[in-house]
Design a protein around this ligand. Structure first.
Ligand SMILES: [Fe+2]
Length: 364
C-alpha cells in the first residue's frame, strides 16, 4: 500500500485505519516534505505534514502519531525546543522523534539527542537509510504500545479484584497514595516510590485465583481454605513476573503479608528481611482497612486506627519505626516544618500526580 499524503495541518476524513503507522513530517520547506514523502511512499504509512511547530502540536494533540520526522532548524520553535516540549508531556513523551539536519557537527547531534530526539540523520538523505531507520523506530514504538497495553490490562484486572473483594471504592488509589507518601517521608528513591504506587494497585492481584466461596465466606475459613487464601501473594507474583517493567513491584506483592515477628506468609520472613516496600504497603493497607467502612464494620477514627497499629507493634507484628513515621505523617502537625523529611500534603499531591502520570491506567 502506498503512503497516504494528507495536506498540511489536515486529517484525512476518509481514513479509517488504526493499524497503519502514522508519521508526521514537520518541515517548513515544501520540497523537503515532498522529498521525504517520496522516500516513504513504498511503505504502508499514513503521512501527516506540518510546516510549523504549532501545527505539529495541534496534529499530535488530536491524532495518534507513531513517529515524528523533523528538521533541526525551524523558524520559531527550534527542533530541539520542539523535542523538549513533546518529551515533557506525558501524553506525547513516548512518540519517537527522528531529527534531520544539513549541518554537520557533533554539537548539533548532541543537542538534538539531549533534547529528546531518538535518532539523528544528516543530509543528504539516502532513501534506503531513511526507510530502514523509520521501520526500526516504528518497531520499537509498536513494542512499547503493546507493553503499555499489557500493563493497562493488568491494572484493570487489579481494580476488578478490588471490587470483587468488596473493598470500599478507591482502596487501591488510597493505598498507592499512602505508600508513596510514607516512602517520600522515608526519603526513598523515585524507583521505589513508583513500585509503591504500582504495588498499591497490584498487591492483591493474586486474589483472582481465590474462589468467591472462600473470598466472601462468612465465618471462619477451614485450614484448606486458608491455604488457598494464603497463596494469593505467590499467585500475584506469578501473574506480574513476565512483565519486566513490574520487576520492582514483585517483592512487595510477594511479601505484603509477612509479619515483623516472622509469623506471616508466604515465606515467614522477619523484621528487615521483609522488603521495605512490603512493610510500607502493609501499614498503609491496615490503616485504610481500619479507617474505611467495610461490610462487617464501621470506619475507625485515625486515632483509633493508630491505637490498633500500635497495639500490633507491641505484639511484635509491625515495624515500629514505620508505624511511628506514618502516624507522624498523618497527624496534622506531626513533624511539621521542623522535620527536614516532612513534605506537606500539597507537595505530596504534586509528587503523586507526577508519579501517577507514568502509569498506563492514569492516562487519559
Ligand atoms: Fe493481600
Amino acid at each position: 500500500m502506498a503512503a497516504v499524503s494528507v495536506p498540511t495541518g489536515a486529517v484525512a476524513p476518509w481514513d479509517d485505519s488504526t493499524t497503519q503507522p502514522t508519521i508526521l513530517i514537520l518541515d517548513q520547506m515544501d520540497v523537503n516534505r515532498r522529498l521525504l514523502r517520496g522516500m516513504l511512499k513504498s511503505e504502508p504509512f499514513r503521512i501527516l505534514e506540518a510546516r510549523r511547530a504549532h501545527e505539529a502540536m495541534s496534529l499530535v494533540a488530536r491524532e495518534k502519531v507513531d513517529l515524528i520526522i523533523l528538521d533541526l532548524m525551524m523558524p520559531g520553535m527550534s527542533g530541539p525546543e520542539f523535542c523538549r516540549t513533546l518529551k515533557a508531556d506525558r501524553k506525547t513523551q513516548l512518540i519517537p522523534i527522528l531529527m534531520l539536519t544539513s549541518v554537520q557537527g557533533v554539537e548539533n547531534e548532541v543537542a538534538g539527542i539531549a533534547s529528546g530526539a531518538d535518532e539523528f540523520l544528516i543530509k543528504p538523505l539516502h532513501p534506503t537509510v531513511v526507510r530502514t531507520r523509520v521501520r526500526a523506530m516504528l518497531r520499537n514504538k509498536a513494542a512499547i504500545d503493546s507493553l503499555e497495553e499489557a500493563e493497562s490490562i493488568l491494572f484493570a484486572l487489579a481494580q476488578a479484584v478490588e471490587h470483587r473483594d468488596k473493598y470500599t471504592a478507591g482502596h487501591c488509589q488510597r493505598l498507592a497514595w499512602y505508600g508513596v507518601s510514607l516512602g517520600m517521608k522515608l526519603g526513598l528513591p523515585r524507583q521505589q516510590l513508583l513500585a509503591l504506587h504500582r504495588g498499591g494497585f497490584l498487591h492483591d492481584i493474586g486474589k483472582i485465583a481465590v474462589p468467591d466461596a472462600i473470598l466472601h465466606k462468612k465465618g471462619c475459613l477451614t485450614e484448606e481454605e486458608w491455604v488457598v487464601m494464603r497463596s494469593h501473594p505467590i499467585k500475584g507474583e506469578e501473574i506480574c513476573r513476565p512483565m519486566k517493567s513490574l520487576a520492582g513491584v514483585l517483592p512487595l506483592i510477594r511479601s505484603h503479608h509477612e509479619r515483623w515477628d516472622g509469623g506471616g506468609y508466604p515465606d515467614g520472613l522477619r523484621a528487615r528481611e521483609i522488603p521495605l516496600s512490603a512493610r510500607v504497603l502493609q501499614i498503609a493497607d491496615i490503616y485504610d482497612a481500619l479507617t474505611t467502612v467495610r461490610p462487617y464494620k464501621d470506619a475507625f477514627t485515625p486515632e483509633s486506627a493508630f491505637g490498633v497499629l500500635e497495639e500490633e507493634v507491641s505484639r511484635g507484628w509491625r515495624d515500629p519505626e514505620l508505624v511511628a513515621a506514618f502516624k507522624q505523617l498523618r497527624s496534622k502537625d506531626g513533624g511539621g516544618s521542623q522535620d527536614p523529611m516532612f513534605l506537606d500534603w500539597q507537595q505530596l499531591t504534586v509528587m503523586g500526580q507526577s508519579i501517577a502520570s507514568t502509569q498506563p491506567f492514569a492516562r487519559s
